[in-house]
Design a protein around this ligand. Structure first.
Ligand SMILES: [Cu+2]
Length: 157
């Protein structure tokens, strides 16, 4: 019986921490390198970019420029009445993901490069842009991306 309780307690720990702050307990040195960069500790960011999301299906700002290697703390703020999300990626990733969301509207997805933000709330994404080029952030709630809810990040070499 004692062993069983111990096993249960151990099993419960990762679940509990998964509900905490995104940056808590995450080992960013093991973050997966993606074509548009990697997850980074938002506390290490020198710059916070507040991105407002509206029911007019727009991001403000809809464009920004960063330097390669820079860590950005994104603060997506939902100014609307419906759920919005900010998902970083290449245009190809976002287009494919938007299609998937249309087929499975209830689909749950959560990764370090995205934040789902309820009306009136704000989220947080810590991201290091390790590659130069043009990348995007989109809201993949069905219909939003198609209505132009997309922004561009230009990463200077
Ligand atoms: Cu949206």
């Amino acid at each position: 019986m004692r062993t069983l309780l111990l096993v249960l307690a151990m099993a419960a720990t990762p679940l509990a921490s998964a509900h905490g702050e995104k940056s808590a307990g995450v080992d960013y040195s093991k973050a997966e390198e993606m074509p548009f960069g990697r997850a980074a500790d938002p506390k290490k960011a020198k710059r916070t970019v507040r991105v407002e999301m509206t029911d007019q299906m727009r991001f403000h700002p809809a464009e920004l420029t960063v330097k390669r290697g820079e860590i950005v703390r994104f603060l997506p703020v939902n100014k609307g009445q419906v759920l919005h999300e900010m998902v970083l990626g290449t245009m190809e990733d976002l287009t494919q993901h938007a299609e998937l969301m249309k087929k499975h509207p209830g689909m749950e997805h959560d990764e370090p490069h995205m934040a789902h933000v309820a009306p009136g709330k704000s989220g947080e994404i810590g991201w290091q842009f390790t590659q130069a080029g043009e990348f995007y952030y989109g809201c993949l709630i069905p219909g939003h991306f198609e209505s132009g809810m997309i922004g561009k990040v230009r990463v200077m070499p």
